[in-house]
Ligand binder design. Structure first.
Ligand SMILES: NC(=O)c1ccc[n+]([C@@H]2O[C@H](COP(=O)([O-])OP(=O)(O)OC[C@H]3O[C@@H](n4cnc5c(N)ncnc54)[C@H](OP(=O)(O)O)[C@@H]3O)[C@@H](O)[C@H]2O)c1
Length: 285
C-alpha cells in the first residue's frame, strides 16, 4: 500500500483526507493508496522527510505551521515554492523528493474556472500572510495592471510588496486595512486572504465595509468555512460576482493528487465530498 499523508500541527481540522480519499475511491486506487493525517512535531521534520526519501511515505501535503520550516530538509523545491517561500506538497519523482507549492497554480485555476480575465486588471488583496504571498506571486505572473496589498499590520504588506518587486514590474502598492476605500480607483478583483469571517474565529465579520465596495468588483474569499462568508454575503447584496474559498482548496488539492499519482483526479467528486462536510460543520448564514 502506498502511503499519502497530510502533516501539520494541529491536524484534526484538515479537510484534505475527505477529498483525496473520495478521489482515490472513485479512481479505484484505494487498494493501492491510503491517505492519513499525521500530527507532526517540529523536531520530527527531518525524520518525516527521510521517510519520504526512503519510500515509507509516497507523498504528502504539508500544512501549518511547517510550510516554510520543512524547506531546509528538502533537496529539491520547485520555482513556485522557492518564490513563495512555502511548500504544501511533497512528491517523489524517480529517486528525488520534491517540494512544491500548489496554492499558486490552484488559485490561478480557480480564476480560470470562473472566467476571470486578469489582463490589465486592478487587483486588491486583503492580508499579507502565507496564502496572500502565494496569491500575490500567482497574480504578478499574469498581465495585471495594479496589485494593491492591504493588511492590518501595514509593515507586513510593505514587506510582501518589497519581496514581489524583486521579480515583477507590476505596479505594486501597500497600505493598511483601514485605508480600504480611500482611493477612487475601481477594483476589478478583491481577494480576502485573511482569516476574517472564518468559523470559530470571526464568523459574521467582513474585512471591509460593504458601503465602500463596488458592484463592478469580482469578490473572492479564501475562507472556505463557512462557504458563504459575511464578505461574500455583502458582495452578493450589492450585485458583485463572487467566488468562494472551496474552489482553491479543491484545485490545490487536485494538483497535489496529480503529482503523487500521475492522474487527473475527479474534481466533481472531490468538490462534492468537501461540500458534504462543510454543510455539516457550516455555522454560517
Ligand atoms: N481556500 C484555500 O485553499 C485556502 C488556502 C490557504 C489558506 N486559506 C485561508 O486563508 C486564511 C489565511 O491563511 P494564511 O495561511 O495566510 O494565514 P497567516 O499566514 O497566519 O496570515 C493571516 C493574515 O490574516 C491577517 N489577520 C488575521 N487575523 C486578523 C484580524 N482579526 N483582523 C485583520 N487581519 C487579520 C493577518 O494580518 P497581520 O499581518 O496583521 O497579522 C495576516 O495578513 C485562513 O483563513 C485560511 O484558512 C484558504
Amino acid at each position: 500500500m502506498k502511503q499519502l499523508v497530510v502533516a501539520g500541527n494541529p491536524i484534526d481540522h484538515s479537510l484534505s483526507p475527505i477529498m483525496h480519499i473520495a478521489a482515490l475511491e472513485t479512481l479505484e486506487l484505494d487498494r493501492e493508496y491510503c491517505y492519513d493525517k499525521v500530527l507532526l512535531q517540529k523536531s520530527d521534520l527531518k525524520k518525516f522527510v527521510e521517510s519520504l526519501e526512503s519510500g515509507l511515505i509516497n507523498g504528502a501535503n504539508i500544512t501549518l505551521p511547517f510550510k516554510t520550516s520543512v524547506i531546509p530538509f528538502l533537496s529539491n523545491i520547485t520555482k513556485e515554492a522557492e518564490a513563495v517561500g512555502a511548500v504544501n506538497t511533497i512528491y517523489r519523482k524517480d529517486s528525488d523528493v520534491i517540494g512544491s507549492n500548489t496554492d499558486v497554480q490552484g488559485f490561478l485555476n480557480v480564476l480560470h474556472e470562473n472566467d476571470v480575465d486578469l489582463e490589465g486588471s486592478c487587483v486588491t488583496i486583503i492580508g499579507a500572510g502565507g496564502v496572500a504571498r502565494a496569491v500575490a506571486f500567482a497574480l504578478v505572473s499574469k498581465d495585471i495592471s495594479v496589485l494593491k496589498i492591504l493588511n492590518r499590520t501595514k509593515l507586513n504588506a510593505e514587506k510582501l510588496v518589497t519581496s514581489i518587486k524583486q521579480v515583477s514590474d507590476v505596479n505594486l502598492q501597500s497600505g493598511s486595512l483601514t485605508s480600504f476605500g480611500n482611493s477612487e480607483d475601481e477594483i476589478d478583483l478583491l481577494i480576502n486572504c485573511t482569516s476574517i469571517g472564518m468559523v470559530g474565529q470571526s464568523i459574521g465579520k467582513s474585512p471591509v465595509d460593504k458601503n465602500l465596495m463596488s458592484s463592478n468588483t469580482v469578490v473572492m474569499d479564501l475562507v472556505y468555512n463557512p462557504m458563504v462568508t459575511k464578505l461574500l454575503e455583502d458582495a452578493v447584496q450589492i450585485g458583485c460576482r463572487v467566488i468562494d474559498g472551496v474552489g482553491m482548496l479543491l484545485h490545490q488539492g487536485a494538483l497535489s493528487f496529480e503529482s503523487w499519482t500521475g492522474l487527473k483526479p475527479p474534481l466533481n467528486v472531490m468538490r462534492k465530498a468537501l461540500l458534504q462536510v462543510l454543510e455539516v460543520t457550516d455555522d454560517g448564514p
